[in-house]
Design a protein around this ligand. Sequence first.
Ligand code: PGA
Length: 241
Amino acid sequence: MRKIVIAGNWKMYKTQSEALEFLKGFTSCLTETPEEREVILCVPFTALTLLSKNMHGGRVMLGAQNVHWEESGAYTGEISGPMLTEIGVRYAIVGHSERRQYFGETDETVNMRLRAAQQHGLIPILCVGESLRQREEGEAESHIAFQLATDLIGVDQQKLAIAYEPIWAIGTGRTCESTDANRIIGLIRSKLNNPDVPILYGGSVKPDNIDDIMAQPEIDGVLVGGASLEPASFARIVNYK
Ligand code: PGA
């Protein structure tokens, strides 16, 4: 059985007091959320520490937005698996396009991060997806196939989630057609050796398109940026019909 995973990615938003305020509003909206939906918040490191102390075993799980491949060392600005698991973090986004684009993340470092995350008991959410130019030139499928082939070397597919995030749809308000996202996610699944890996869609997911996206048979969940910052809007997404 494939898991349903609804993950918020706060990126570099929210101070600790804003994060607490969010949590208050959000948890009260989850009383009717079906048990089998995994709800995850991937928040800045400062908010992770705070939320882990304030969630009291509730149904929201915590995710980091990155994780380093070493346990410790001289890597200024990075965070390691043991630092995350010690505070109860369960997931880590790896290879988000913003990391690849602005911070020089490569398929090789993505691969190292994925394997390290798993070694430390974190479930990585690997992000893949094509740029607008690649889509327009008909290279989306081959680009994603290349990313998967490189990123997943030596990665245990029993402890993994993947997010298909077309770069041109992130933060632009321009969503990929749900049928097209469904097609690409089916393609991603065909390249895996475990058919039960949850594969999410990400890119301008909003309360008004979530029902349509989740109605697609291949799509197991969503990775949500902007619309996860506000309790009512993220709750509407989590409680999709
Ligand atoms: P968005 O971001 O929902 O704001 O488009 C998605 C993401 O970057 O994961």
